[in-house]
Design a protein around this ligand. Sequence first.
Ligand code: GTP
Ligand code: MG
Length: 191
Amino acid sequence: MKIVSAEFVKSAFEEEHWPRDAMPEVAFLGRSNVGKSSLINSLLGVRGLARTSSTPGRTQSLNFFLINNRFRFVDLPGYGYARVPRIIKDSWGEMATNYLAKRPQLVLSIQIVDSRHEPTTLDVQLNEWLAAHAKPRVVVATKSDKLSNNELRKSLERVKRALAAERVIVYSATTGKGREQVWRAIEEAMA
Ligand code: GTP
Ligand code: MG
């Protein structure tokens, strides 16, 4: 994908603030601090478009980005900060699953996990929710630059098993590894 333009559109806390046109959207989902915003910046080759931080919970609202005047990326808040490990019922669940369930524009959910860690209960619940609602999904294991090849291989098996994923794209926002594969998945979803 050639990126001709990428711009921040808006931050929405309420449903009535979601963009109203029919452009396709790709959502980025994962627990707090997993690297969702970094993945967006790295895919677009723009530093700092989506705000990143080492403090978990940086992204609080739905953030919409317009790419090539043709489709949007949606940066969702991270989950895993609520005490109750029930993804649908906490405040994350309300905002995010409301968006995921109601949005006809949504063509792909990118479910992001940390290569270094076992998927959490919430990651598993999100996967189950997406599957139950027949939402197209691709799993991306990011921060792969922090692991050796051997560790990475083990981690991938674990992620595949926990999230019932046939395929997991290994990513690093630091090195750009996996970028082409994620773009291909996005292009296929939009075709
Ligand atoms: P919230 O919006 O708070 O949920 O976080 P997020 O999922 O958007 O994570 P963010 O992109 O802000 O990244 C969190 C931290 O992880 C930052 O310090 C990033 O620099 C770091 N990080 C993200 N991706 C990578 C990666 O691929 N490799 C390395 N080494 N660090 C990364
Ligand atoms: Mg973020």
